[in-house]
Design a protein around this ligand. Sequence first.
Ligand code: HEM
Ligand code: HEM
Length: 205
Amino acid sequence: MTIKTGSQFREPQPLSLRLWHWLNGLTVLLLLATVFLRKSFLSGRMMAHLIEEKLTTEKVVLSAEQAKVAAGAIRDEMWNWHFRLGFVLTGLLVFRIFLTQKPFPRLKPAFQKSKHVGLVKSLYATFYLSLLFMVLSGLTMYFSGDLHISEKIADQIQDIHELFQWYFLGFLILHVGGVIFAENRGDAGLVSDMIHGGERPNSAK
Ligand code: HEM
Ligand code: HEM
């Protein structure tokens, strides 16, 4: 196997960007986890069924309606974390825009470097645009009452917001896969740069 040498992606990563990167990554993962829980173990239907079944074996008789109310209360408690994390993500986006010392990916110089670098930076550009959309749509839905937004419009926004979860899953797979690939193809040290910052190109060793 031929291993390409020469880094294409390694660059100094300022502390502010590194902090943002890991906190943002964790928050997106946790947001996806709340969605996963809502659609699986903690879905209203599955839990209502479980509650009804378990209580029947304990000789407690609960109507299907009562089981649904209990299940809904537990699910809502978990789902509140979606909103809390949503506000954390909003704060992190504001931090990324105004406080990190790294500009957003610029595509022209990236494509001048190579097509591969250009495509990777384009993926990051789509990530930032999607993040902006998730934050704006999430906040619009959350405050739809205060903003006097009709239920129909809020539902339409929710449909698109919901669809974008697939973008984030796709990004995660491409990004983590891409970073592992790059680490093995001339960019060894890329992940540790994202942890300790890397070296400035002209810094003394
Ligand atoms: C094990 C998990 C992860 C590792 C090892 C990792 C590693 C890295 C590395 C090494 C870079 C710099 C690469 C380059 O400049 O091209 C990077 C950039 C980036 N990562 Fe991650 N990452 C992880 C998870 C995530 C997650 C979960 C997200 C968001 C959902 C994310 C979003 C980004 C973004 C947006 C950039 C570009 C930052 C910029 O230069 O503006 N990463 N990541
Ligand atoms: C990567 C980030 C995010 C992902 C993947 C995501 C995913 C989702 C999904 C899949 C739903 C639909 C759930 C369902 O009805 O079954 C949803 C609903 C919602 N999300 Fe997000 N979301 C994200 C960020 C945010 C942010 C930043 C906010 C802002 C506070 C937010 C607020 C909401 C609200 C208000 C709803 C409607 C909930 C309801 O009516 O029960 N989300 N989200």
